[in-house]
Design a protein around this ligand. Structure first.
Ligand SMILES: Nc1ncnc2c1ncn2[C@@H]1O[C@H](COP(=O)(O)OP(=O)(O)OP(=O)(O)O)[C@@H](O)[C@H]1O
Length: 593
């Protein structure tokens, strides 16, 4: 999990799952049904008026309430007009009306949300005020007033309805932009010299796209329903054939021509359902929520080249270890196939022992640690092996048993201290909550305990830090707070994932010192994920060296440091103990000169 400060002049590659949204939507049954129906209705809207056998208002007294026939496929209405032709024309008008409302809403709401979310300031204040004002207006009353003023114009009424809908886009886009605005990659893009417009176009719009598409599907359904309702109430334009107008006509003549109400209501209902289904399918695919079920259908097979058994120094099996990880394999689904990132990993940690996992970036250290914590990110699965903690099998444990173990008996110290604290709560609140829930302490005892813990981890002003918010403390302090949190419930095992990487050198030394003291005083076992051999030598009893998802060498620190046998371990040591001068000779000469 090395924090990589990549320049973001180029956008980060999209996750594999996002690359083929259209393809995945076409594999989603709901998506296919909705797309086929909506595709069909759009084609009808475009070419229907050209294919209609009659003009929408062509009336014949002989055909009043005529039943269906070869000439009038769906019969005729109370004025003797061909229902089929009117339905084809109404499809164009109704869809265009809904599309107009949504287009107006998007044109106003999306740019306003982007600017207010990204720039903030007075624009944010004015836009938030206006959006609140529009939302507080009763839409139907406004539309009635508009109709009274401008007369029966479908297009003006739908355009005004678009304005009323625009706060929906504004809020969704504003929230999406706010969520990414403070991200490091946006700062990196600013630093790399991109203009605001380019940053919005390249980095922000991609965060806004998914929620905006979802909202559009929902608003199109709302647009159709509202327009039908206005026409049904007789507030539409009587000169234009619409689904709502036809529905109204069928309703008034329900006894003489019962089928007249069927066709428009069926079309309105199916179209609204199709837009809603499309929205649901899009949400499933964009949020990858369907993956939970899909990945069951793709069988995982171990990679064809199995890892060699690790080189073991001495007997690394313990009679009754606190934590046993045996033959663990972890895989992610990427482009419809399993990618194995941890393969056949076994390690045992005895009570009070510090076991270090070292290896190059991407070798699977963090995935192994997260598997033990049950914190694999979405898409990651334990595909083989067992993880037994103090006799409890964690891979098959029910979530209640896991909750009891995680936090209470296994503590976790993450790599990035500040991003692991919730900015909305004080440090004190975040410290006492687990103690109150997991240990059943009352508020006062938990508070005293939290202050004592803060003092114990070396915070000089515990009272101030207790009532501070995460942004008011430094990275080193935040790491101490997280260590205090990890030990607050007196766990038997602490998993520390590169606990010093994000800190400067002097603070690193202090934090290592602290971990060492706590480990000795409390006799807690520790799984330490690190790249740093210095940290291993300083803290660990045993070490396992990982490469490409598997352990290649394992043993006590003394044995491995004293006589590394695997080529890869030797290379790691060689890289560390390079005899070459610290900087090339020519540079030294230049500096001396
Ligand atoms: N969500 C994911 N989808 C697919 N592969 C992933 C995912 N997360 C991690 N991986 C892959 O898992 C492998 C192991 O990653 P892991 O984070 O465990 O590495 P690491 O050894 O902890 O590295 P570092 O020291 O840089 O933190 C990497 O090849 C990584 O690309």
């Amino acid at each position: 999990m090395t924090q990589q400060l990549v320049t973001l002049a180029q956008p980060a590659p999209a996750p594999a799952g996002r690359q083929s949204l259209r393809g995945r939507l076409l594999r989603n049954p709901l998506g296919i049904i909705a797309l086929v129906y909506l595709g069909m209705i759009t084609v009808i809207a475009l070419v229907g008026p050209l294919l209609a056998p009659f003009a929408p208002d062509e009336a014949s007294l002989q055909l009043v309430f005529a039943p269906h026939s070869a000439e009038n496929l769906l019969g005729a209405d109370s004025a003797g007009r061909d229902v089929f032709s009117r339905l084809l024309h109404a499809t164009s008008v109704s869809l265009a009306g809904a599309a107009l409302a949504v287009a107006v809403a998007a044109v106003i709401g999306i740019p306003a949300g982007l600017i207010a979310g990204y720039r903030g300031g007075w624009f944010d204040t004015v836009a938030a005020w206006l959006s609140g004002l529009i939302l507080s207006l009763p839409a139907i009353v406004v539309l009635l007033a508009v109709r009274a003023v401008v007369g029966p114009s479908l297009w003006i009424v739908m355009a005004i309805f678009g304005v009323i809908l625009s706060p929906s886009y504004y809020r969704v886009v504003f929230n999406a932009v706010r969520a990414v605005r403070e991200e490091l990659y946006i700062d990196a893009a600013k630093v790399s010299g991109l203009t605001d417009l380019r940053i919005i176009g390249r980095h922000i719009l991609s965060a806004v796209r998914a929620p905006a598409i979802l909202l559009t599907a929902g608003l199109l359904a709302v647009g159709i329903a509202i327009q039908a309702a206005l026409d049904f109430l007789g507030l539409g334009d009587p000169a234009l054939p619409t689904w709502g107008g036809m529905l109204s006509e069928g309703f008034y003549n329900i006894y003489r021509g019962p089928l007249l109400i069927l066709w428009p209501s069926l079309t309105i209902g199916l179209t609204c359902i199709a837009f809603t289904l499309l929205g649901t399918a899009l949400r499933d695919e964009l949020e990858m929520s369907g993956d939970r079920n899909k990945d069951r259908n793709i069988p995982w097979t171990p990679p064809s080249t199995r890892p060699e058994p690790p080189i073991r120094h001495g007997d690394s099996t313990q009679a009754d270890p606190l934590l046993r990880v045996d033959n663990l394999s972890v895989a992610y689904q990427v482009d419809g196939a399993w990618k194995t990132v941890v393969d056949d990993v076994s390690l045992h940690i005895a009570s009070g022992e510090v076991h270090a996992l070292v290896g190059e970036s991407g070798s699977g250290k963090t995935q192994t640690a997260w598997s033990i914590l049950g914190l694999l990110p979405q898409g990651g699965r334990i595909k083989a092996g067992t993880i037994t903690f103090d006799g409890t099998e964690l891979t098959t444990a029910r979530s209640r048993a896991l909750q009891e173990i995680r936090g209470r008996r296994i503590g976790y110290v993450p790599q990035e201290p500040l991003s692991n604290l919730d900015p909305s709560y004080t440090i004190g609140h975040q410290l006492i909550e687990p103690m109150r829930i997991l240990l059943g302490m009352d508020r006062k005892t938990a508070r005293d305990n939290a202050l004592h813990l803060l003092e114990r981890v070396g915070i000089t002003d515990p009272l101030r830090v207790y009532s501070a918010y995460p942004h008011q403390i430094s990275g080193g302090m935040a790491q101490r707070v997280l260590i205090a949190g990890a030990i607050s419930c007196k766990p038997q095992l602490i998993i520390a994932d590169e606990p010093t990487t994000a800190l400067d050198v002097t603070v690193q030394a202090e934090i290592l010192d602290l971990l060492r003291t706590l480990q000795r005083e409390d006799g807690v076992a520790m799984l330490l994920v690190t790249h740093n051999f210095g940290v291993v030598a300083d803290l660990a009893d045993r070490v396992s060296v990982m490469r490409s998802g598997s352990i290649v060498e394992t043993g006590t620190v003394v044995d491995v440091f004293g006589g590394a046998r695997h080529e890869y371990t030797k290379k790691l040591f060689a890289a560390l103990l390079d005899d070459a001068p610290a900087r090339p000779a020519w540079t030294q000469r230049e500096v001396t000169a």
